[in-house]
Design a protein around this ligand. Structure first.
Ligand code: BG6
Length: 518
């Protein structure tokens, strides 16, 4: 039966069930950067700790700096000590991890560096039994992606020797508009086939995000309510309390729309709105997500003015901690027009969702770090209690809390004992209480899935282009209009006042996400 599955499908060899990949080498381009020591190596280490990595697994860091193997290993160990969810490194485990790690010093544009990489990988295959299986990880600034991809192709590294497999993981940002995303796809697909390409969006690796599909499609009671007949609107919030910290240079040429909405929030929207896929596999799931994106009509310039709000934070206080204004951050232009907050309203023109607004908002320097999806249901059709003291009825809300305090809460009205009064109460599910184990980091799941050849939680070519097709007209609409009076919100507030006015015009309000909330 497995022979009917594509060659790259992990179910062929039952790998998805055992979830231990074949031996392989991961080559990290840009290995001296922050992502490697903050996220990638701690994730690999924790996979090793949980015996999820194959024997012989090896890491090669590829970068320009004058480091050697020893220095690279020291940096990795420090990175694990500082960032691993399982605490400081355990020496036995570290010894075997370090044995398989090395540094390859080369420039991204130097063909000789790729020729020697090829030899090095062949030697690793020989010594550690990695069978020609490779993952290339692009963790460099995005300007270097095309060069690296072309050099890999020119060196014949796009395919594996010895019947092994080669895959490439591409970090965000994947382009900065529709045109550049298309160009990057073309560059990639000139060297690799689509099933070899893994475009990462770390939100898809979060347990709470993966649970969206389980919640919707492994439970019968919610789906009949999941449409325009019952849902009034949906709010998706990804709020961060930090400013841009030391990423001002990158962020100032990006902004909240590119940095968060185009990828993370759009993915959340797709998972909430998609139809049930016909199978739980990469193509079936992604087909449904693409349909959602295509059913959202791109905003016209007029709609951009009416359906989006931009903000940029000025100096303020977040939880009693002073934060300087965005324009004072290192790497940010003094008169920057980059947005650090966006709110927008989208409509999905499908039978299921026609007329139901999806409100998305994301920003930095907001009062709390909190991400959630709230499905607000319609109010009851007749006000049975209208002429009684119990006339204060709030709509039902299903809140899916992505982070922190991961869980799901359903709000409903209840009679206050002994009083003629209705008050909202909640039914709560919390991961911590129900499962009592720490969730793996998103990167653990995603790196493992890539090694297993499962791209369900990665974005496909048409998906990334469809999401840019929605975002690019918004940038164009903003660019065509007058500049914004930035800064327009104080750090520590929930964005500009205009964001409240914008949703209030529809007779609705943003959910209050400070402290305890329903
Ligand atoms: C990244 C953005 O993709 O996601 C950052 O570039 C942002 O600006 C981060 O801070 C948020 O991720 P998380 O997992 O902390 O919500």
């Amino acid at each position: 039966m497995n022979d009917t599955l594509p060659l790259d499908n992990p179910l062929r060899s039952g790998l998805r069930l055992s979830r231990t990949p074949e031996p392989c080498t991961m080559v990290i381009f840009g290995a001296t950067g922050d992502l490697t020591s903050r996220k990638l190596v701690p994730a690999l280490y924790n996979l090793a700790r949980e015996r999820r990595l194959p024997g012989g697994f090896s890491v090669v860091g590829f970068a320009r700096r004058e480091w050697d193997d020893e220095h690279f290993r020291t940096v990795l160990r420090d990175g694990i000590n500082a960032n691993s969810r399982s605490g400081p490194v355990e020496s036995d485990l570290w010894a075997s991890f370090a044995e398989g790690s090395g540094f390859h010093r080369a420039s991204f544009d130097d063909p000789a560096g790729y020729a020697s990489l090829k030899e090095r990988l062949a030697a690793i295959d020989e010594q550690r039994g990695t069978g020609g299986n490779r993952v290339f990880y692009l963790a460099t600034p995005p300007e270097a992606y095309p060069t690296i991809i072309q050099q890999l192709g020119a060196a014949g590294l796009g395919r594996s020797p010895n019947g092994g497999w080669t895959r490439i993981i591409v970090e965000k940002p994947f382009g900065r508009d529709l045109e550049s995303a298309r160009a990057l796809n073309q560059t990639l697909l000139a060297v690799f086939d689509e099933p070899q390409v893994y475009r990462i969006d770390h939100y898809l690796g979060k347990e709470t995000v993966q649970n969206l599909l389980v919640f919707r499609f492994a439970n019968g009671i919610f789906e009949p309510l999941w449409d325009r007949r019952s849902v009034d609107h949906v709010q998706i919030t990804v709020a961060e309390s930090i400013g841009v910290e030391d990423r001002g240079g990158y962020y100032d040429s990006s902004g909240a729309l590119r940095d968060m909405i185009q990828n993370h929030l759009t993915q959340l929207l797709c998972l909430v709105a998609m139809e049930p896929p016909i199978a739980y596999d990469a193509d079936a799931v992604r087909d449904e997500k693409v349909k959602v994106l295509r059913a959202i009509r791109p905003l016209t310039p007029d709609e951009v003015a009416r359906q989006t709000v931009r903000g940029q934070y000025g100096p303020g206080n977040v939880s009693g901690r002073p934060l300087r204004g965005y324009r004072e951050e290192r790497g940010v232009a003094p008169g920057s027009q980059t947005e650090t907050f966006v709110a927008l309203k989208l409509f999905i023109e499908s039978w299921r969702w026609a007329g139901v607004p999806f409100y998305l908002r994301s920003g930095k320097a907001l009062p709390r770090r909190v991400s959630e999806i709230a499905i607000q249901f319609k109010t009851v059709p007749t006000m049975l209690f209208a002429d009684t003291p119990m006339n204060d009825i709030e709509p039902n809300v299903l809140a899916i809390k992505i982070q922190p305090d991961e869980g799901i809460t359903l709000k409903f009205g209840s009679k206050v004992p002994g009083h003629q009064q209705i008050r909202p109460v909640t039914m709560d599910f919390r991961y911590g209480t129900s499962f009592g184990v720490a969730s793996p980091e998103a990167y653990e799941r995603l790196l493992l899935d890539c090694m297993l050849g499962d791209s369900t939680l990665f974005t496909r070519r048409d998906e990334v282009e469809a999401s840019w097709a929605l975002i690019t007209p918004i940038h164009q609409g903003w660019a065509a209009g007058p500049p914004c009076p930035f800064p327009n919100y104080e750090a520590g507030l929930w964005g500009p006042a205009e964001a409240d006015a914008f949703i209030a015009r529809d007779g609705r309000a943003w959910r209050r996400l400070s402290g305890t909330h329903l």
